[in-house]
Design a protein around this ligand. Structure first.
Ligand code: ATP
Length: 315
């Protein structure tokens, strides 16, 4: 039934090991870890054994090789990842503030991420996709928005499906062209995957139930709202299903939403019920936060079955 395909950034993440004074003093760092929201998402799809592919760009360096090796090892088609000898793979330095929040130093502006382009390899992968996962964070990049725009009509016409993780900041919705592309993707979205705060960016409704109803009226088929440690809720025309989160000790929250979304999507494509898919997705999100590194906690179905059998849910 075709690959699940996504488009977007691949980078490495390097983390501070103390909350103290940020990067203003020398300290031991840990990493590099493979990262980038689209990369984390597609790695989790591959780990679950579903055909997967990504359109991206890396530099001809160890950070790129690290990512490519990991994605290949987990079964992801990387034929449409361009390797640019003249550019470095992007990196992000992450530290925890004493209040538990995260702060980032990005080294992406002139990195290979900016070279993502509609190559012949990208065209081949997208033309055969059965499902496109759109990442909101990539839509402000003209080359990515262009590929999304040109892929969607044919994909839908051949019976393909679309998921959309908005992962955006409020600023992106301020200008007219930003809003226009978000809403055009939303209008063909089968599975929308916002987190709580993101929902409010897509609706004038402050009330959650009204915002959800407005999205379903606008043509979105299924919505799964991610609620962090509290779990998740699913909405469609038939109603609402809640699933509490698993009780785990959070070490590193990065990547939970992407592993969650990938797992819900694959579980549904394999014919699992909404309840089963939510349980698997919560388990995948919870496992991700228990380890350092955004992709280090990705899960096979065997990992998830074992975790579910051994872990209690929040009551
Ligand atoms: P991120 O941007 O950090 O990748 P997100 O904001 O898109 O994540 P979250 O709601 O934080 O999404 O996490 C996604 C899912 O992962 C949650 O719905 C839940 O199932 C699981 N999860 C996240 N944090 C925890 C936690 N501390 N304990 C248990 N489960 C968690």
């Amino acid at each position: 039934e075709g690959k699940i395909v996504t488009i977007g950034e691949i980078l490495v993440e390097i983390m501070a090991t103390t909350a103290g004074n940020g990067f203003l003093e020398p300290q031991p760092l840990i990493g590099p870890f493979p990262s980038g929201a689209p990369a984390i998402f597609i790695d989790q799809v591959g780990k679950l054994g579903h055909p997967a592919g990504i359109v991206a760009a890396v530099g001809d360096d160890d950070f790129g090789t690290l990512n490519l090796e990991r994605l290949k090892q987990d079964g992801v088609d990387v034929s449409a990842v361009a390797i640019h000898p003249g550019a470095a793979t992007g990196s992000a330095f992450v530290r925890y503030r004493p209040d538990g929040g995260r702060a980032f130093v990005y080294n992406m502006r002139d990195s290979a991420v900016g070279r993502i382009a509609a190559t012949p390899e990208a065209g081949t992968l997208l033309a055969a996709a059965g499902h496109l996962h759109v990442m909101g964070s990539g839509l402000p990049v003209p080359a990515i928005a262009g590929m999304v725009r040109s892929t969607l009509p044919a994909l839908k016409a051949r019976g393909g499906t679309v998921s959309f993780d908005p992962n955006i900041r409020r600023e992106m919705m301020r200008d007219e062209s930003g809003r226009a592309i978000f809403h055009s993707v939303l209008s063909v979205t089968d599975l929308f995957l916002p987190s709580g705060e993101e929902l409010s960016l897509f609706s004038d409704e402050i009330d959650e139930a009204k915002a959800i109803a407005a999205l379903l009226d606008a043509g979105v088929k299924e919505i799964v709202l991610k609620r962090g440690e509290a779990g998740a809720s699913h909405f469609d025309r038939n109603g609402r299903t809640d699933m509490p989160g698993f009780v785990v000790a959070e070490v590193d929250p990065t990547g939970a939403g992407d592993c969650f979304g990938a797992t819900f999507l694959v579980a549904r494509r394999l014919g699992k019920s909404v309840l089963e898919a939510l349980r698997y997705a919560n388990a995948a999100g919870a496992r991700t936060v228990t380890v350092q590194g955004p992709m280090e906690g990705s899960s096979s179905f065997a990992d998830l079955d074992r975790f579910i059998a051994q872990t209690s849910v929040r009551t």
